[in-house]
Design a binder for this molecule. Structure first.
Ligand SMILES: NC(=O)c1ccc[n+]([C@@H]2O[C@H](COP(=O)([O-])OP(=O)(O)OC[C@H]3O[C@@H](n4cnc5c(N)ncnc54)[C@H](O)[C@@H]3O)[C@@H](O)[C@H]2O)c1
Length: 357
């Protein structure tokens, strides 16, 4: 087991890398724990179910985590914590993908004004993104992450064994954020992903641990400088404004967020080059890295007017301008407030016409 303490977070947050799932549970021995679990993860990892059954831990299972990341689940969990006399000093543990850990985080943040909290993310997206940075949330009235808070777990347990059961498209969904963290941090990180692509796709544990570790370090360093998203944290939205537009254009047949982010990153990089901010060589490198993974874009709708409509409603926009994170180089993201919507629309039209699905 390898242990890293986040350097700059206000509260102590410890990241632990485990080689085996069983070691995670040795670490929890003797603690009073309430688990919020993704049922799909338990089905795929029977040893975890056995441990939970043998321990005195109480658990609630989520069969459809994203659909259950809501007020009803929140209430049910708060009631169960109360009935079982959990106090602030006991542990709430989120074990699952980002939907599960977001819900768990929101419960932990608010039960008795905050209880002890551990994240055990099991999807790649959860490991490199959702469980890091302290954002917790539930969906409300059909609006994603409408109710939430900032609350850090005291520990985050990472074990790449969990990823063995994640399907390819979900894995690529998380990999989009790994690629994003590399693009906004350094050319070296991006080269590493390219050089290790076969080992990444083969889910080779040592390579995955290294890539996940680096990716978390990028997010942690940005978040620690800007926990409440007043400045630098916006760089984590690289590719995301375009992606929100793409998701909006595909809302009737939703696509995975990470797949929209990948196209969004290609759009943002190409737009940066178009504006003379990014070298053509760097753009080619970004395209080459993304193109080396098996993203399937064949069913994605790139209707220009709808994409722009979706981008206009992005909550990060100020007044009539569209807030974009562009690149002045790999590892050098900048905030750009685009006021010329006609230019942007023409660019997206051109991009969509030339995009090879
Ligand atoms: N808090 C944050 O900063 C933050 C950041 C990004 C995303 N999020 C949130 O995270 C969620 C997306 O995360 P996600 O992609 O992990 O979604 P998810 O939790 O819905 O998991 C995706 C699918 O993978 C399954 N799964 C998870 N781990 C598995 C495993 N090891 N083996 C087999 N199947 C597994 C789940 O059951 C689900 O079907 C969204 O709700 C999003 O809002 C939060």
């Amino acid at each position: 087991m390898r242990e890293i303490e986040f350097k700059n977070t206000k509260e102590k947050v410890v990241l632990k890398f485990f080689d085996r799932t069983s070691d995670i549970f040795n670490d929890l021995e003797g603690k009073k724990c309430f688990f919020i679990c993704d049922a799909n993860v338990l089905s795929a990892h029977p040893a975890v179910t056995t441990w939970l059954d043998e321990s005195k831990a109480i658990k609630i299972l989520l069969d459809h985590p994203e659909a259950q990341k809501n007020l009803e689940s929140y209430k049910k969990i708060i009631e169960a914590l109360k009935v079982n006399s959990f106090t602030r000093k006991d542990y709430l543990i989120g074990l699952g993908g980002g939907a599960t850990t977001d819900l768990a985080g929101f419960v932990a943040a608010t039960y008795m004004r905050g209880m002890r909290f551990i994240q055990i993310p099991t999807s790649l997206l959860g490991q490199v993104d959702a469980s890091v940075g302290g954002k917790t949330a539930i969906n409300f009235d059909g609006i994603k992450n409408f109710v939430g808070s900032f609350y850090n777990p005291e520990q985050i347990f990472i074990n790449t064994e969990f990823l063995s059961s994640l399907n390819e498209q979900e894995f690529l969904n998380g990999l989009a954020e790994v690629i994003k963290h590399a693009i906004i941090s350094s050319e070296e990180s991006l080269n590493e992903i390219f050089n290790e692509k076969s080992a990444i796709v083969a889910k080779e544990p040592e390579t995955l641990s290294k890539i996940i570790d680096n990716s978390i370090a990028v997010k942690e360093s940005i978040v620690s400088e800007d926990f409440n998203e007043a400045g630098k944290r916006k760089f984590l939205n690289f590719g995301h404004t375009f992606a929100h537009g793409i998701e909006y254009a595909n809302r009737k047949q939703p696509i995975l967020h990470g797949h929209a982010v990948v196209i969004g990153m290609l759009m943002a990089s190409t737009y940066s080059e178009h504006k003379g901010m990014l070298d053509a060589v760097d753009l080619e490198k970004i395209k080459k890295v993304i193109g080396s993974f098996n993203y399937n874009f064949s069913n994605i709708n790139l209707d220009v007017e709808t994409i722009v409509e979706g981008m206009k409603s992005d909550k990060k926009n100020q007044s009539e301008k569209i807030a974009l994170i562009l690149l002045q180089g790999i590892g050098n993201p900048v905030l750009h407030e685009e006021g010329n919507i006609e230019n942007l629309t023409n660019f997206i039209r051109d991009f969509a016409e030339n995009f090879e699905k």
